[in-house]
Design a protein around this ligand. Structure first.
Ligand SMILES: [Zn+2]
Length: 231
């Protein structure tokens, strides 16, 4: 039996989001979809995507991705409601797989893969017995000011610079001055899309869009929470 090329395309064999094989069903276009493309649905994670395959190539456009935390990064990568060509889609899928594996390791308390880095510039506040794990440029340090009369909070910029995470504490190498935060100074670590926020007990916070970094925002937050628990 000769299989058509499109029947052998990776999105039909396995789900690009959850990486389970044999869970994809292809539905023919329906008039009410406002689309002439077939829809692929994954019975494992529930993702749904329009699929367009020609004999030479394919492309995919996600309509829905499971909102569970373990699919957060895949949802972020595939988030644009646009057609993604096969090369990019396979790369996103690969990145999502690695990130999910790393996240599971961190949640199990395993940070051995996070090997110490060598800093190109000396940071005076880092002691010789500290290991630098992450060096994140372009972070913003701000302060939340709660107005007493109205119940609203405004934000004031404080400093901007590089955050160095060591195995002991956080060093914020600001343009104004260095700032040091111990693990117990962190009130919360959260992420939204690919931006993470660290809130401190003293009303300061550090925020960063993690697009060019070693770790995405979700993995960064998991690492910070793991380091806080290990202290
Ligand atoms: Zn799936």
């Amino acid at each position: 039996m000769n299989l058509h090329y499109s029947e052998l395309a990776p999105p039909l064999i396995g789900c690009l989001v959850c990486h389970t094989e044999g869970t994809i069903t292809e539905f023919s276009p329906q008039r009410w979809w406002r689309s002439t493309f077939p829809l692929l649905k994954c019975s494992h994670c529930g993702s749904a995507a329009y699929f367009d395959a020609s004999p030479e190539q394919w492309r995919i456009q996600y309509k829905h991705i499971n909102s569970a935390p373990h699919y957060h990064y895949a949802a972020y990568l595939f988030r644009q409601k646009r057609w993604i060509n096969e090369e990019e889609a396979l790369e996103f899928s690969r990145q999502a797989y690695i990130q999910r594996h790393r996240l599971q390791q961190v949640e199990a308390g395993n940070l051995t893969w996070l090997t110490p880095i060598v800093l190109t510039e000396a940071i005076e506040t880092i002691h010789s017995d500290e290991e630098a794990l992450l060096n994140i440029k372009g972070c913003q340090l701000g302060r939340r000011i709660t107005a007493e009369e109205q119940n609203n909070t405004t934000i004031a910029p404080v400093d901007s610079g590089t955050l160095v995470v060591t195995n002991r504490r956080l060093h914020f190498w600001g343009q104004e001055r260095p700032w040091i935060y111990e693990w117990n100074a962190i009130r919360s670590a959260t992420y939204k899309n690919n931006t993470w926020t660290l809130e401190f007990n003293d009303t300061h916070f550090i925020e960063h869009l993690a697009d060019q970094d070693r770790l995405d925002a979700q993995l960064f937050v998991a690492v910070i929470n793991s380091l806080r628990m290990k202290r």
